[in-house]
Ligand binder design. Structure first.
Ligand code: FMN
Length: 153
């Protein structure tokens, strides 16, 4: 059954954008759900109300540090947080997916974990860089299940 869904993301160097494109295609082919995609980078800090249930996809950009006792200064991705906080958008967000690079050790996907805590929605999963096709399959399934739970209530 076709469901309303949006993927709200920010992508600075194109990895998350590539993942979102492949994820959308997979959702269309296998789950009969063609998500609306919103790239926050293109909005130039504008916000608007999102009316569909959505998942946020957030790469990690932190300034220096180790993620334990320093280095959780978010850079470049803040407009996604502002977009979620604007209007009633947070009410429609049913989870977040983090992306990053495991070379950053404790800082791997740290910003998505921080958003989950800050906004009170679940972290649905993570992937590295552009993500593999098995990441696409795994996370599409997680999204569809979480969406069904979210819209049930
Ligand atoms: C300046 C800079 C800082 C980064 N910091 C982190 C980090 O703290 N943790 C992490 O997991 N990945 C970090 N990354 C890796 C990016 O999150 C990763 O390359 C991601 O795929 C970029 O997504 P995008 O191409 O959609 O912008 C950093 C990358 C850059 C360039």
């Amino acid at each position: 059954m076709s469901q309303e869904l949006a993927l709200v993301y920010i992508s600075l160097s194109g990895n998350t954008q590539s993942f979102v494109k492949r994820l959308s295609e997979h959702l269309t082919t296998w789950y009969d759900t063609t998500p609306k995609t919103i790239n926050i980078k293109e909005l130039n800090h504008q916000t608007f109300p999102v009316t569909e249930p959505f998942v946020a996809l957030l790469p990690t950009y932190l300034e220096g540090g180790n993620g334990v006792d320093n280095g959780d200064q978010e850079i470049l991705t803040n407009p996604l947080g502002d977009f979620i906080a604007a209007h009633d958008n947070v009410q429609h967000c049913f989870g977040i997916i983090g992306s990053g690079n495991r070379n950053f050790n404790n800082q791997y996907c740290l910003t998505a974990k921080q958003y989950a805590k800050r906004f009170g929605f679940p972290m649905l999963g993570d992937f590295e860089l552009r993500g593999t096709s098995s990441d696409v399959e795994r996370l599409a399934k997680v999204i569809v299940e979480a969406l069904a739970d979210f819209t049930k209530n």
